[in-house]
Write a protein that binds this ligand. Sequence first.
Ligand code: NAD
Length: 300
Amino acid sequence: MPATIIDGKAFAAKVRAQVADHVTRLKDAHGITPGLAVVLVGEDPASQVYVRSKGKQTVEVGMKSVEHKLDAETSEADLLAVIDQLNNDPEIHGILVQLPLPKHLDEDLVINSIAPEKDVDGFHISNVGLLGTGQKSMVPCTPLGCLMMLRDHHGSISGMDAVVIGRSNIVGKPMAQLLLGDSCTVTIAHSRTKDLAEVVRRADIVVAAVGRPQMVPGDWIKPGATVIDVGINRLDAPERGEGKTRLVGDVDYDSCAAVAGAITPVPGGVGPMTIACLLANTVTACCRANGLDEPDGLTA
Ligand code: NAD
C-alpha cells in the first residue's frame, strides 16, 4: 500500500486559521492584539525571504508585526538595546532574532537576552531547561510542527520507537525531548552513530534532521513506519532549465514512500508548519502574558 502523504501545507493552513480565530477572540473579548517582533541583522538573502514571509503571515492572522532591520555591522550593545526595548514593550508578546547572526555577535548571549516568556523560537536556555524537565515552556517551532503532525496522524504516539537523526539544538534535541514527552522510546542518532541503517530500521517514527540530501534510503525504513523529513536541501536541476534548482529532503522520497506507512514531502511537509507554529507560539505567549486560556492543541 502506498504511504499516506502527510500534507504539511494543508495542516499549516488549519493551524493558521485556528490562530486567526483566537486572535479575533482576544481582540473582541479583551481588546488585546498579539504582537510579534522580528529582528534581522545584515542582508543574508535567505534570512530576508524568511523574515518577509513571517511578517506577511503574522499580519494575515490579524496580529501586529514589527520588523527591526539592523545593518551587518551593528554592535552587540546596540542589538541588545533593541531586544531590551522589545522585552519591555507591552504590545510585543513574541520576539524572534533571525539566525544566523553575523560572526562578531555572540548568538548565545543574544538569544539569552530575550525575555524567556517572549522567546517564541524556544531557544532561550530557560525554555530549553523547562522543556527538558517536562514543564510548560516555549517550544522550538520546527519540532513543534513535527509533533503536531505526528499527533494528528497517529492520535497517540505513546510507546512507539522513535529515531531522530541529528542532534542540533534547533531541531534534533528538542524533537527528541518532545517525543519523550509523548512517551516514545527515543534514540538520537548523529554523525558518529555506528550502523545508522540498523538503528533506523527499529523505528516506528523516523525524524530526519541532518542537512544531507536524500541520505536515508527506503531499505532503512521499517515497513509501515512514519517518516518526518525536516531536511531542506537545494540541488541543481538542469532538466528544469539553466541555473534552475529543486528542493529535496534528507530522505530519498520515492524509495521511502514505497515502504513507509506515512511520509512528509519536501517541499510541502515540515517547512510550512514552522512559520505556522511561530504564529501559534506568539498567540500562546500573548495568552500567558495576560493570564488567559491558551488555545487548545497549539503547543506541546
Ligand atoms: P545541523 O547542521 O545543526 O545539524 C545536523 C545534525 O546532523 C548534526 O547533529 C549531525 O550530528 C547530524 N549528522 C550530520 N551528518 C550525519 C550523518 N552522516 N549521519 C547521521 N547524522 C549526521 O542542522 P539543523 O539545523 O538541525 O538542520 C537539519 C536540516 O533541517 C537542514 O537541512 C535544515 O535546512 C533543515 N531545517 C528545516 C527547517 C524547516 O522549517 N523545515 C528548520 C530547521 C532546519
